[in-house]
Ligand binder design. Structure first.
Ligand SMILES: [Zn+2]
Length: 124
């Protein structure tokens, strides 16, 4: 399985077989529950305390991208943009897609850090 497919399916960055999250993204109460270790290979997902703080940057980038993309549609298809509708649309979109954003941010963080974690594993 390629890294991109494994990432979109929420699989472990090391073995690409085990699931990272316990529940589906549509489970709004428990979408953020993660396995502590990979069910398949046993690698610890949170390699160090605060590892997932870095995922906030991806989440932030996603929110800014939403703001720009929705703004692009508002300002190209309307001559008189109502800023309240624009901001409400961005807020609604960001809230509705927050489970996906949350999960993708954490997965991206793990996939980007995966090569360095292998390096750490060999030296310890
Ligand atoms: Zn694994």
């Amino acid at each position: 399985m390629s890294a991109l497919i494994a990432l979109t399916k929420g699989k472990c960055p090391q073995c690409r077989k085990g699931k990272v999250f316990k529940n589906k993204a549509t489970n709004l109460k428990k979408f953020k529950d993660m396995h502590e270790n990979c069910p398949s290979c046993g690698v610890k997902f949170e390699s160090e305390p605060g590892f997932f703080w870095g995922a906030m940057y991806f989440s932030y980038a996603y929110s800014v991208a939403s703001f720009i993309i929705i703004g692009f549609f508002f300002f190209t298809f309307s001559d008189d943009v109502n800023l309240t509708y624009y901001i409400l649309s961005v807020v609604a979109f960001t809230l509705l897609t927050s489970p996906i954003s949350f999960r993708m941010s954490r997965l991206l963080m793990m996939y980007i850090a995966a090569p360095y974690r292998k390096y750490q594993k060999q030296n310890s």
